[in-house]
Write a protein that binds this ligand. Structure first.
Ligand code: M6P
Ligand code: ZN
Length: 186
C-alpha cells in the first residue's frame, strides 16, 4: 500500500533521516574491481576492511510510483591515490535523480557510455542526474562527504553496467585539488 503523508527530518549533523528505514554499510571488500589499483584495494581489505560509505534511507520504499530518499556518507580517504567513492550504478529503468550536497566536499561523476561529466558538490549544491547517465559520488575532502538523494522508486540499481563500461573518468588525489584522469589510466 502507498505510504501516508509524513514529514522526514534530518538527524544531528545531517547524518540520518528520521524516521529511518534501512541502513546500508559498504566496506572496502564490497568495492572489488572498482579501484584501478587492485593491489592497494586488496591491502586495504587486509588492513581492517574499513567502512567506505553508508546509506541511510527514509521509510519510503523503493517501489514504483514512490519517491524514496537516502543520505549517503562517504568517509574521507584514497586507495592507491583514487578518492573513496560509491560503487556507482545505472538505472535499469532510465529515470532522473537529484542529489543535494549536505556536508563536506564531493563530486558527482556522470557517464552515459560516451561522455563523462564531473559536478563539484558541496553543502547546498543540487546535482541533477539525467535519465541514462550512470552516477558515482566521490569524497574529495578531509571530512565525511554527505548528500541527500531523491529518486523514483522504480529506477533500480544496475551495478554490472559500471563494471562493464566504466565511468569515463577517475578522481585522484592531486597536489591541491582533485585530478580527473581517463578511466583506464594507472
Ligand atoms: C545515493 C542513491 C542511492 C544509492 C547510494 C549509493 O544515496 O543514488 O540509490 O544506492 O547513493 O550509491 P551506490 O548504490 O552506487 O553504491
Ligand atoms: Zn541512482
Amino acid at each position: 500500500p502507498p505510504l501516508s503523508p509524513l514529514t522526514i527530518t534530518f538527524g544531528p549533523g545531517n547524518a540520518t533521516l528520521e524516521p529511518q528505514g534501512q541502513v546500508l554499510t559498504r566496506r572496502m571488500s564490497d568495492l572489488e574491481g572498482l579501484f584501478v589499483d587492485g593491489h592497494a584495494w586488496r591491502q586495504a581489505v587486509v588492513d581492517g576492511d574499513p567502512v567506505v560509505y553508508t546509506v541511510v534511507s527514509s521509510p519510503v520504499p523503493e517501489v514504483p510510483r514512490e519517491l524514496p530518499q537516502s543520505i549517503t556518507t562517504i568517509y574521507p580517504g584514497d586507495t592507491g591515490g583514487e578518492f573513496w567513492m560509491t560503487k556507482g550504478h545505472q538505472h535499469p529503468d532510465p529515470q532522473g535523480e537529484i542529489y543535494l550536497g549536505l556536508e563536506g566536499r564531493g563530486g558527482l561523476l556522470l557517464f552515459d557510455g560516451e561522455r563523462a561529466e564531473w559536478l563539484d558538490m558541496g553543502p547546498g549544491t543540487i546535482g541533477y542526474i539525467p535519465p541514462g547517465w550512470a552516477h558515482r559520488s566521490v569524497n574529495v575532502g578531509d571530512e565525511p562527504y554527505r548528500f541527500l538523494a531523491v529518486y523514483p522508486g522504480s529506477a533500480g540499481h544496475d551495478y554490472g553496467w559500471v563494471l562493464a563500461h566504466g565511468m569515463g573518468l577517475r578522481a585522484r588525489r592531486g597536489d591541491a585539488t582533485v585530478e580527473l584522469v581517463p578511466f583506464g589510466a594507472p
